[in-house]
Design a protein around this ligand. Structure first.
Ligand code: NAP
Length: 249
């Protein structure tokens, strides 16, 4: 039976690298995206070029009903889900909390925290042996922001990722005897569009690489390696873990 994965926010950055790597390692992969249909289509082409089935679905991660439809589409088009990567996320324009508009904060918590909750619930309903499923694995893409707090950048984002960490630990314990492992990765500064397109901090990667003990930003592929390992049977005794991929930051 084939492995079937959903990667939320799989059109760009860490999600796109993860979707491509999963296809290379034998998974059929559905990606969701928010608005960038061209980028999503390019990732699907790469999944198919790796010999696997690929699917792109437009779905705002923060929407409960939209997320239900995403999972139903995957049920129909690809089959029984075995892996979920909750990657969709954004920060909103960087700044102090006392200056942040409510819509920025809400959009961030919707995408990062509610998104992880809705998709994890839908995945458990499909994977859990309690519901006749064949088990599976979930990896949440958190951030070291939950530990650092991100003052003057986006403390609301750090709070959302703190929620993701708590969900990871709690849900892992809740479903551990139902064939499901739940883990997270906590990346440090990774070289993707997010810093410019979401945080409004162009050049952040170059400007702040010296703050990372290893001396550089990470690549999306370096994060994807951790995610793909946590999803794999090689990590069969690993659950409720939050793996830092942060160059010692
Ligand atoms: P990115 O390059 O900006 O890509 C974001 C991806 O998420 C895109 O595919 C985007 O879709 C999608 N997306 C954004 N909001 C969404 C929503 N509401 N619903 C569905 N999809 C949505 O970001 P990234 O750096 O790869 O970040 C991926 C994850 O890693 C996020 O959870 C982020 O918080 C986390 N992270 C990143 C870093 C870093 O330094 N880059 C560090 C720690 C954690 P479109 O293409 O349609 O816009």
């Amino acid at each position: 039976m084939s492995n079937i994965a959903i990667v939320t926010g799989g059109s760009r950055g860490i999600g796109a690298a993860t979707a491509r790597m999963l296809a290379q390692r034998g998974y059929d992969v559905a990606i969701s995206y928010l608005s960038n249909a061209d980028a999503a289509a390019a990732v699907v082409r790469d999944i198919e070029a790796a010999g696997r089935r690929g699917l792109a679905v437009k779905c705002d991660a923060g929407g409960e009903a939209e997320t239900e439809r995403l999972f139903e589409t995957v049920d129909k088009e690809l089959g029984t889900l075995t892996a979920l990567v909750n990657n969709a996320g954004m920060t909103g324009l960087a700044g102090r909390l006392d200056e942040a508009p409510a819509e920025t904060i809400r959009a961030c918590i919707d995408a990062n925290l509610y998104g992880t909750i809705w998709a994890s619930r839908a995945a458990v309903r499909r994977m859990s042996t309690r519901f006749g499923g064949r088990g599976g694995a979930i990896v949440n893409v958190s951030s070291i922001a939950s530990r650092l707090g991100s003052p003057n950048y986006y403390v609301w984002y750090a709070a959302a990722k703190g929620g993701v960490d708590a969900l990871t630990i709690g849900l892992a314990k809740e479903v551990v005897k139902e064939g499901i492992r739940v883990n997270a990765v906590a990346p440090g500064i990774i070289d993707t569009d997010i810093h410019e397109s979401s945080s409004g901090l162009p050049g952040r990667v170059e400007k702040e690489a010296h703050l990372v003990p290893i001396g550089r930003a990470g690549t999306p592929e370096e994060v994807a390696e951790g995610i793909v390992w946590l999803l794999s049977d090689a990590a069969s005794y690993v659950t409720a873990d939050i793996m830092q991929i942060s160059g010692a930051r």
